[in-house]
Design a binder for this molecule. Structure first.
Ligand code: GLN
Ligand code: ZN
Length: 777
C-alpha cells in the first residue's frame, strides 16, 4: 500500500484571508483574538481539504514565516527583542517587521510612534532572505557565540490538539508535525559575530530532543523534519554535524521522516541513507535518478517518501508516465513507499476551482495545490487498487496533456525563426562605460549623489479600486487611463516637491512588476486567485508562461511619455528584465528555461528601443530575481549566469551611448556573482543594502566594479522612517568603498507596499541626506 502525505499546504488562504487579517491587525483594526480565529479557521479548512491523505502536515501554518516560527519554538530570538514584556505574537511581529501593531495608525495621526502602545516600539526588523531557490522569504535566524535555546512547544502542541478536533475528531487521517531540522536551521541563519555556527549544534540538538519528547508525549508517531540543506553543497563538517545530530536524536520516541527537496542529493546521498531516521523524502521530480542509488543504500526498514508531484509549478502531472515507473517500485516497497508532492505546496496557488475566467483550454493543463493533492491520491489509488479503479480520471489526464503538446497556441513558428537569429553581439553597448558616462553626464546634468527611487510609489486603495472597477467593467478604458494619469501626476508632483533628481512615474498602472508585462505579452495567461506567499502578508500572483512569447505592441511607452510631459527632470522608463520575468513566472516545463528567457529578452529589447525612440533618456530594467535563479549547486552557476546575463544584455544594451541604462536588484549578496553583474554593463545599478550596513558594497569595491551604484539607504520592508543622519552615515560608509562620483542615493527597493504618509517623510530625509553629503564633499 503506497501511503500519501503532504509536506505543507499554502497558508495564506484561497482568498488571501490571512493576508487581509494580518494587515487589519497591524493597522489596529482587529483584535488579536480575531486574528487568531482567522488562523484557526484556515488551518481547519486546509486540514479538511487534505483529509484524503494518510498523513496531514501540522505546524506548516504560520502567521508570518515558518523559519521565524522555528526560532520561537527554539526560544531563539534576536537579542534586541529579548525580555519584551508584551504579547508573544506581538513580539513575533516585531522580529518580522520591526513593529507589531498600530504602526499605520500612529503614522496617520502624526503621533510619536510608540507613545501609546507597547507594540509600537520599533526595533530593527529581522533580515529576510530567499528560501533556497524560491521566491519565498524567511526571517534569518541570528546566531552569536553565546546564543542559547529554550524549548517552547506551545504553538505545535496547540495546533496538534486543534488538528485532532477537525470534523469533530472524526478525521481518519493521522497527524504529522512539520519542523525545520537543526542543520538546516543553523545553515540558513547568520552568525552575527562571525562565530562558528556549528559550535551551537550540540545544545541546539538538545532542544530538538526535548521537542521530540514533547511531541511523543502528545501521542505523535511521525515527525517530518525538513533538511533541504541536504540538496546543497555541504562541507565535511556539516556532513559530520548531520551524523552527530541525528545520532543524538535516534533514541527519541517519535519516528523521523527526514525530508529533502528542491534538488538532488548528489554527494549527500550516502549520508542521508545512513542517518538513523525512520524514513527519508526525496524530491523525485528533480532527483528521480537518485531513487535507485538511494534505495540501494537505504536500510530495508526505512520508509522512502517520493516527491512525485511537482510542488513548484502549476502543470498537471503526467499520471500515466508516473504510474509506469512507480508501479514496480510500489510492488517492491509495499508500505515502505510514501508518495507526496516534491516539496511543500507553499509555492503554488491554492485552488484551480476558483479560476472561472481562465481560458478553458489552458486551464485544463493546470493543477494548483488542491488539484496536486488530488493527483496524488489518484496515483495512490491506481497503485493500491489498480488503474481500472481510476480509469476515467487517468484518461482525462492523458487527454489534457495531449492537448497541451499539440496546441498551436504553444508552438509558434515565427518566434522560433526569430530566436534562430539571436546572437550575443546584440548585447554589446556601442562604447565602453567611461565614454557613455561622459555623454550621459552632458545630456542629464545631474548633481553629485543624485537622488532617485526604484520605481513604484504606494499602491493606494484608490488605485486598486480603480483597477478593480476597470476589470469588472464598472470603469471604461478612458476612465481608467484618466485615473492612472492622475496618480502619475500626483507622484510627479510629490517628487518635484521633494526635490528628487531623477523621477519615476510611480507604476500606478502596474498591479505587479511581472504580471503587468505578462498581461501584454502573447504566450502568457493569468489566474485570478493564483496567489503565492512571498513574505509575511505579501503575496505575488505569478503569471503563467505557457507558449512562445510575442509582444504585439509597446507596453509602457505611453505612460512614460505622459509622465515625462509633466516635468523637466529626467523620467526613468521602467521595465522588468527577462530573467526576472522568467523567475517570477510559472514557466513551461516543455522547453529549457534558457529558451523561454531568450524569447522574453527579445520582447523587452523591442520595448527598450521603443522607449528610446520616444525620447526617454534613462531606462531601468529591473532584475530583482536574477540571483534567486541561481541553481542550488555551485557547479551549475556558470551555465545559468551565462544565459541569464546574455538575455539581460540582449534586452538592455541595444541603445545609444546617450541613453542611460539602470538595473535594480533587491538583495544583498553579490560576492559570488559580482563578475556576472559587471558583465551586464548597466550604467547604474541600484541595490538593496540598508540592512547590511553597506557591508555588501565590499564585493563591488574588491572587484573594482567600474560603473555607478545606488546602494539603498533605507529599508522599505519596514514602516520605520529613516533619519537623515542615519542615511548620511550609510552613504559615508558607501563612499569609503565607492568613489562619490559614482554613487547614487535611493531606497532599497520600490515603495508600492508603503503608504504616502511613510514615503514622504522618508524621502524628505533622504533628499536632505543627499544635500548634506554634497555640501560636505
Ligand atoms: N521597479 C520596481 C518597483 O519599484 C522594482 C521592484 C523590485 O525590485 N522588487 O516596484
Ligand atoms: Zn527591489
Amino acid at each position: 500500500m503506497a501511503i500519501t502525505h503532504n509536506l505543507g499546504f499554502p497558508r495564506i488562504g484561497a482568498q488571501r484571508e490571512l493576508k487581509f487579517a494580518l494587515e487589519r491587525y497591524w493597522r489596529g483594526e482587529c483584535s488579536r483574538d480575531e486574528l487568531q480565529a482567522v488562523g484557526s479557521t484556515l488551518r481547519q479548512r486546509h486540514w479538511q481539504q487534505q483529509a484524503d491523505l494518510d498523513w496531514l502536515p501540522v505546524g506548516d501554518f504560520s502567521f508570518y514565516d515558518q523559519v521565524l516560527d522555528m526560532s520561537f519554538t527554539l526560544g531563539h530570538l534576536p537579542q534586541r527583542v529579548q525580555g519584551y514584556q508584551g504579547d508573544v505574537l506581538d513580539n513575533y511581529f516585531r522580529v518580522a517587521r520591526g513593529r507589531s501593531v498600530h504602526t499605520d495608525h500612529a503614522v496617520q495621526h502624526g503621533e510619536q510612534a510608540g507613545a501609546h502602545c507597547a507594540g509600537c516600539h520599533g526595533v530593527a526588523a529581522g533580515e529576510m532572505t530567499k528560501w533556497f531557490d524560491t521566491n519565498y522569504h524567511y526571517i534569518v535566524p541570528e546566531f552569536t557565540a553565546d546564543s542559547r535555546f529554550k524549548l517552547d512547544a506551545s504553538r505545535l502542541l496547540t495546533q496538534i490538539a486543534e488538528a485532532r478536533q477537525v470534523n469533530g475528531g472524526r478525521l481518519s487521517t493521522q497527524i504529522k508535525p512539520v519542523i525545520i531540522g537543526p542543520l538546516t536551521y543553523l545553515a540558513i541563519g547568520k552568525a552575527k559575530d562571525g562565530s562558528d555556527k556549528l559550535a551551537l549544534l550540540p545544545q541546539l540538538v538538545n532542544v530538538y530532543a526535548e521537542l521530540l519528547a514533547a511531541l511523543a508525549a502528545a501521542g505523535i508517531d511521525w515527525v517530518q523534519m525538513d533538511e533541504p540543506i541536504l540538496v546543497t553543497d555541504l562541507d565535511g563538517r556539516w556532513q559530520q554535524g548531520f551524523e552527530q545530530a541525528y545520532q543524538q536524536l535516534a533514541d527519541s520516541r517519535v519516528r523521523l521522516l527526514l525530508t529533502t527537496y528542491f534538488g538532488p542529493l548528489q554527494d549527500n546521498l550516502s549520508l542521508l541513507a545512513r542517518l538513523p531516521v525512520a524514513g527519508v523524502h526525496l524530491d523525485a521530480v528533480n532527483a528521480r535518478d537518485e531513487i535507485a542509488p538511494l534505495l540501494a543504500q537505504l536500510p530495508a526498514d526505512r520508509v522512502l517518501s517520493l516527491g512525485v508531484i511537482n510542488g513548484r509549478n502549476i502543470w498537471k502531472s503526467d499520471l500515466c508516465a508516473l504510474l509506469e515507473w512507480l508501479t514496480p517500485l510500489a510492488a517492491q516497497l509495499g508500505d515502505r513507499l510514501w508518495l507526496a508532492p516534491s516539496c511543500s505546496l507553499l509555492h503554488v496557488p491554492v485552488d484551480l476551482e476558483s479560476e472561472q475566467q481562465l481560458d478553458r483550454e489552458i486551464r485544463n493543463w493546470l493543477a494548483f495545490a488542491r488539484q496536486k493533492l488530488d493527483e496524488l491520491t489518484l496515483l495512490a489509488r491506481a497503485l493500491n487498487d489498480g488503474r481500472a479503479s481510476v480509469a476515467e480520471a487517468l484518461t482525462a489526464n492523458a487527454a489534457a496533456l495531449a492537448s497541451r503538446r499539440q496546441s498551436t497556441r504553444v508552438h509558434k513558428p515565427a518566434v522560433q525563426a526569430e530566436l534562430a537569429t539571436l546572437s550575443p553581439a546584440l548585447g554589446q553597448r556601442q562604447s565602453p562605460y567611461a565614454v557613455r558616462a561622459a555623454k550621459q553626464a552632458l545630456r542629464l546634468d545631474l548633481p553629485l549623489y543624485p537622488t532617485t527611487t526604484i520605481g513604484s510609489f504606494p499602491q493606494t486603495a484608490q488605485i486598486r479600486a480603480a483597477r478593480n472597477d476597470y476589470r469588472a467593467g464598472r470603469l471604461d478604458a478612458a476612465g481608467y487611463q484618466a485615473a492612472m494619469q492622475a496618480e502619475i501626476a500626483r507622484s510627479v508632483r510629490e517628487q518635484e516637491a521633494l526635490g528628487l533628481d531623477v523621477l519615476v512615474h510611480g507604476e500606478a498602472e502596474r498591479n505587479d512588476m511581472v504580471e503587468y508585462f505578462g498581461e501584454q505579452l502573447d504566450g502568457y495567461v493569468f489566474s485570478q486567485f493564483g496567489w503565492v506567499q512571498s513574505y509575511g502578508s505579501r503575496c505575488v500572483k505569478p503569471p503563467i508562461l505557457f507558449g512562445d512569447i510575442q509582444r504585439p505592441q509597446p507596453m509602457t511607452v505611453s505612460w512614460t511619455r505622459y509622465a515625462q510631459s509633466l516635468t523637466n527632470k529626467p523620467m526613468k522608463g521602467m521595465l522588468t528584465g527577462p530573467v526576472t520575468i522568467l523567475n517570477w513566472s510559472f514557466v513551461r516545463d516543455d522547453q529549457p528555461r534558457a529558451v523561454s528567457c531568450q524569447q522574453l529578452a527579445l520582447a523587452i529589447r523591442q520595448e527598450v528601443q521603443d522607449l528610446e525612440r520616444a525620447g526617454v533618456s534613462i531606462i531601468q530594467i529591473d532584475e530583482a530575481a536574477l540571483r534567486e535563479g541561481l541553481p542550488l549547486r555551485r557547479a551549475q552557476w556558470d551555465e545559468y549566469l551565462a544565459w541569464a546575463i546574455d538575455c539581460y544584455r540582449i534586452s538592455a544594451n541595444g541603445v545609444d551611448d546617450e541613453t542611460q541604462i539602470h538595473t535594480h536588484m533587491c538583495y544583498s549578496e553579490f560576492n559570488d556573482i559580482i563578475a556576472a553583474i559587471a558583465q551586464m554593463d548597466a550604467d547604474v545599478i541600484t541595490i538593496e543594502t540598508s540592512r547590511s550596513d553597506m557591508e555588501l558594497l565590499d564585493a563591488f569595491d574588491d572587484f573594482n566594479y567600474p560603473n555607478e551604484i545606488g546602494p539603498g539607504v533605507y529599508d522599505i520592508h519596514s514602516p520605520n522612517i529613516p533619519t537623515e543622519a542615519h542615511m548620511v552615515q550609510l552613504m559615508q560608509k558607501a563612499a569609503e568603498r565607492i568613489p562619490p562620483q559614482r554613487l547614487w542615493v535611493n531606497p532599497d527597493c520600490g515603495l508600492k507596499t508603503r503608504q504616502w504618509a511613510e514615503v514622504l517623510p522618508a524621502l524628505r530625509n533622504m533628499v536632505a541626506a543627499a544635500r548634506t553629503l554634497r555640501a560636505s564633499t
